[in-house]
Write a protein that binds this ligand. Structure first.
Ligand code: NDP
Length: 315
């Protein structure tokens, strides 16, 4: 049978390119889990994804109700779940004030981390039931959360601190809107959310790999400088960022190529190792990359897991 893969945020950028790459093989049915149904339908059509290879299902990661509804709808569809790709993200580098999810959490961490954490926790049960030979749960990471790299050292740097803001509910009222309890900074909130993504992938691995056989993985697909992720940035940045990445840092990767990379992590028989953060070299060959000290800190991972369980209502 065909594999069934859920990809969050498949209406643009990396998620869409990955959906296309997998659908083209004819071996996958892609559930495009998106907040904007029409945009996702249009995106699928204009990318030429054949109708029989995808379904759009509504998911707004900035609302726990929506996450739970999505899981219910997916279960009702009766399909097995073989691979889950947590890809969607918001990046608000120019925001002066924090924005909040439906449940009152700062929007970047609330969407990129908490929404995905609840989704992945709930869908783990569905994946356990699947008889697919290589089940995988993939959480997209980023170089920007890794302070052991040049890109990760561009201020403001990711830093979860002692997580007093997260523990306090990240609501900007009786707690800070930032995980470390500091002043709001949209660019840092995004980077912090990516550290949580990478920590959670490893914590899933430690807690569930042996018992379930599921492969847990993260990746940095390269700098896809042209995606919608940078839509909130100032116009001059959007103009100069792609050529800067192409000619100066040489970290640039096209949406097409990034989609092929993530599709490899979904289905390539050689990428089954669990607990791993994949990257690609200049020849587009994959390799197991090192995470920063913070992004591989076992006690921080445990703490993020435990606090997040409470925040999403699982504990
Ligand atoms: P895009 O902005 O193109 O795609 C992000 C996707 O997330 C969109 O489909 C967007 O939906 C969706 N999304 C945002 N908020 C929500 C929400 N509340 N509920 C459901 N979906 C939502 O960015 P990219 O393709 O670049 O980003 C994809 C992933 O790649 C992210 O995890 C990002 O961190 C990561 N990444 C990107 C890099 C880059 O250079 N671009 C580098 C490293 C990692 P909509 O279309 O409705 O806005």
């Amino acid at each position: 049978r065909k594999g069934t893969v859920i990809i969050t945020g498949a209406s643009s950028g990396l998620g869409l390119a990955t959906a296309k790459s997998l659908a083209e093989t004819g071996k996958w049915h892609v559930i495009m889990a998106c907040r904007d149904f029409l945009k996702a339908e249009r995106a699928a059509k204009s990318s030429g994804i054949a109708k029989e290879n995808y379904t759009v299902m509504h998911l707004d990661l900035s609302s726990f109700d929506s996450v739970r509804h999505f899981v219910g709808n997916f279960r009702q569809s009766g399909q097995p779940l073989d691979v889950l790709v947590c890809n969607a993200a918001v990046y608000l580098p120019t925001a002066k004030e924090p924005m909040f999810t439906a449940d009152g959490f700062e929007l970047s961490v609330g969407t990129n981390h908490l929404g995905h954490f609840l989704l992945a926790r709930l869908l783990l049960d569905d994946m356990k039931k699947s008889d697919y030979p290589s089940k995988r749960l993939i959480i997209v990471g980023s170089i920007t959360g890794n302070t052991n790299t040049l890109a990760g050292n561009v201020p403001p740097k990711a830093n979860l601190g002692d997580m007093r803001g997260l523990a306090g509910g990240l609501n900007g009222l009786n707690s800070s809107a930032m995980i470390d309890g500091g002043h709001f900074d949209g660019a840092k909130a995004y980077k912090d959310s990516k550290v949580c993504n990478m920590l959670m992938m490893q914590e899933f691995h430690r807690r569930f790999h042996e018992e379930t056989g599921i492969t847990f993985a993260s990746l940095y697909p390269g700098c896809i400088a042209t995606t919608g992720l940078f839509r909130e940035h100032i116009p001059l940045f959007r103009l100069l960022f792609p050529p800067f990445q192409k000619y100066i840092t040489k970290g640039y990767v096209s949406e097409d190529e990034s989609g092929k990379r993530l599709a490899q992590v979904v289905s390539d028989p050689s990428l089954t190792k669990s607990g791993v953060y994949w990257s690609w070299n200049h020849n587009s060959a994959s390799f197991e990359n090192q995470l920063s000290e913070e992004a591989s800190d076992v006690s921080k991972a445990q703490k993020v897991w435990e606090i997040s369980e409470k925040l999403v209502g699982l504990a």
